[in-house]
Design a protein. Sequence first.
Length: 293
Amino acid sequence: MEEGFDLRGSFGAQLQELIDKAVSAKLQQLDAKEANLEEREKKLQHIMGNMHAKGRVNIQVGTRLFSTTADILLSEANKDSYFSGLLNKEFAEPQDGVYFIARDPNIFEYVLEYLIYGRLVSRINDTNVLEKLVIDADFYLLPMLKASAMKQLEEDHPQQQSKAKTFAKFDGVAIAGSGHYWQWSAKITHRDITLSTHSYNNDTVTVSKAGKYLVLIRTTFTNSLNGVYMSLYINGADVARCYNCFNSNYQASTQINEVFELPAGAKLQVYQTYNNGAQAGPRDNQFSILLLE
């Protein structure tokens, strides 16, 4: 044994180090268990809180009764929705404790699903249901639900969505005497059907998408000559006419309702021969275009 070497001191230091490591490991295990217990307790409290949530709400939608909670209806993400007004404390509660909403209960199922899960979980295959859900999402002031429904509609039913959108309607404004084109004002517009109003000699509606279109035209006027007619011009060609054979200066109407195969960029104009006076109003004159396929 070397002089000055303390065997007992060295062994004691090593033993103390082992004890410290063991105690530290045990403390870490206990901390982990305690953390797990706290997490489990939080989850249990959350579950129990949902089971016994404050503010239970009964809502009759149409003919069906739904039960949910104020917490779900008034979640932070949807605090400015229709339901924040419905449950406003400044308004008296219904005497029977049941709120009534005059909407489709089958659509409300998806509205409630969105409110519970924070998103539209279901994949909806029915186009009519999706279209109703888009409308009702607007009614309930739920923009994220509307966006989800529109996304499904566009992804799963692109053709139907295209048909539903490609529609334009115009009101008759004026016609400047005999032998001129009608001038129109836009009422319902679509990006694929545009109106270019230059003058009474060149008032044109243009379709940018090729396809079969239903064209509906109605004009109202007075005239004093026989054989007055209204024509639809497509790309400068007279393709459809409707005659009026009365000359008594009473009001008369002409109509064209036909389906046309139109190329992209087709230009449509409504021309009319002699007339004494146009009835310039939305009731009397309409020009509508609908893409069929």
